[in-house]
Design a binder for this molecule. Structure first.
Ligand code: SF4
Length: 334
C-alpha cells in the first residue's frame, strides 16, 4: 500500500454548485487557500511521521477541481512537490478533477509535472441525473476525458455516487455498464449524504429529496462492487472518510464510519447464502475464509450470523479460518 499524503484544495477553481457539495465543510479548510509552503509543510509532516517505512509515497491533491485552477496556481502547487520528487522522497502526484476540465494540453502539462494518477468526478453516466445534480457536464464529457486520459498513459480513476436525485436502479445499472466499458484503473463509490449549506440540505428540509437508507446504500454499493470486481476493476474506496468536518456538517443520509466494511460483509453474506442454498440440508459442510476476514464474515454486531440464523443456515456449516486464502473469498469444502 502506498503512503498517500492528502492535500485538500477546497472548491478552488470550481464555479459549479453540485447539489451534494459543500467542499469547504468537508475538506476542513474554511477560507484560506493552500499555499506552496502549506503543501511542503504537510508533506514534511507526513514523511517525518512515516519515517521511511512506506515503499511508495504519493502526494494527492483532492477536494476541488484541480485542472480548473489557473495554470499558474496549478504550477505553484505542483512545483511545491517537485523537490520531494527530485530527492526520491515522493514517487508521483495524484489529483482529482472534473471531466470537462480535461484536454490534451492540460494532460501534457500534468505529465511534465510528475502527475501519474488522475481521478475524475463522474458521479453518474445519465445526463438527466447529472443535470439534476447540478454537475454542469454531461456523460459525453466523461467519454471524451477518458479517451484523452487513457491515451496519455496516466493511471485513471472514476468517482461515482449512489443515491443522487432522480437516480433509479436502471440508471445506476446503466452508469455501471458505461463505466466498465470505459476501463478505468480503479473506482471510488460514495453514497450521497446531505451536508449543511448544500443545495440538497435545502431540498431535504423542504421534503423534496430523501437520501438512501444505510441498508439500501450498502446493498446498492455491494451490487456495484460485485460488477466492478467481475470486470477486473479495483474498487479502492466505498464511503466517505470519517472526519470531524464531515461529522459536524452531516445532516442526513447513509453515513457510517465503517461503510466499506458493511459492504464487504454484505458481499460475504451473499456468497455464503448462495453456496449453502443448493446444498442438501442434512449434509454438513465446511466453509473456508481468509483468517483476516473473520470480522467481515460475522458482520458488524454479528449481523451476518443473525441473518444466517434467521434463514436457518447458521448450523449448516463449520467455519475454517485459513491463513493465506485470498481475501473476500469463500470456499465450500464438502
Ligand atoms: S465540481 Fe466538485 S468542487 Fe465543484 S461544486 Fe461540484 S463537487 Fe463541488
Amino acid at each position: 500500500m502506498p503512503l498517500v499524503i492528502p492535500i485538500f484544495i477546497p472548491h478552488e477553481g470550481c464555479p459549479h454548485c453540485c447539489v451534494f457539495c459543500n467542499q469547504r465543510g468537508i475538506s476542513g479548510f474554511v477560507e484560506n487557500t493552500v499555499s506552496a509552503q502549506d503543501v511542503q509543510r504537510i508533506i514534511r509532516e507526513w514523511l517525518d511521521r512515516d519515517n521511511g517505512r512506506a515503499a511508495l509515497v504519493q502526494v494527492a491533491f483532492y477536494g476541488g477541481s484541480f485542472t480548473g485552477l489557473p495554470v499558474h496556481r496549478q504550477q505553484e502547487l505542483l512545483d511545491a512537490v517537485a523537490p520531494f520528487i527530485a530527492h526520491g522522497q515522493v514517487a508521483g502526484i495524484r489529483l482529482s478533477t472534473r471531466p470537462d476540465y480535461i484536454d490534451t494540453t492540460t494532460v501534457d502539462f500534468l505529465k511534465t509535472h510528475h502527475v501519474t494518477i488522475v481521478e475524475l468526478g463522474v458521479q453518474s453516466m445519465v445526463d438527466s441525473v447529472l443535470t439534476a445534480a447540478g454537475r454542469g457536464h454531461l456523460a459525453a464529457d466523461v467519454d471524451r476525458a477518458m479517451a484523452i486520459l487513457r491515451g496519455s498513459g496516466l493511471e485513471t480513476g472514476i468517482q461515482l455516487m449512489v443515491g443522487l436525485p432522480r437516480e433509479s436502479r436502471s440508471f445506476l445499472r446503466y452508469t455501471v455498464d458505461r463505466v466498465i466499458a470505459l476501463c478505468p484503473d480503479f473506482v471510488r463509490i460514495y453514497p450521497v449524504l446531505v451536508v449543511k449549506n448544500s443545495k440538497l440540505a435545502e431540498l431535504y428540509s423542504q421534503g423534496r429529496f430523501q437520501p438512501l437508507t444505510l441498508g439500501k446504500a450498502v446493498i446498492l454499493t455491494a451490487w456495484m462492487k460485485n460488477r466492478f470486481d467481475d470486470a477486473g476493476i479495483r474498487v479502492v474506496r466505498m464511503g466517505l472518510q470519517a472526519g470531524k468536518e464531515l461529522e459536524s456538517s452531516f445532516i442526513a443520509g447513509p453515513w457510517h464510519p465503517g461503510f466499506g466494511e458493511l459492504v464487504l460483509s454484505r458481499l460475504m453474506f451473499n456468497k455464503v447464502r448462495k453456496l449453502l442454498a443448493d446444498r442438501d440440508v442434512d449434509t454438513p459442510v465446511k466453509l473456508s475464509i481468509s483468517s483476516q476476514d473473520e470480522s467481515v464474515f460475522r458482520g458488524m454486531k454479528s449481523q451476518n450470523i443473525i441473518r444466517l440464523q434467521q434463514l436457518n443456515l447458521a448450523n449448516r456449516f463449520t467455519l475454517l479460518l485459513t491463513p493465506g486464502q485470498q481475501r473476500q473469498t469463500v470456499i465450500l469444502i464438502a
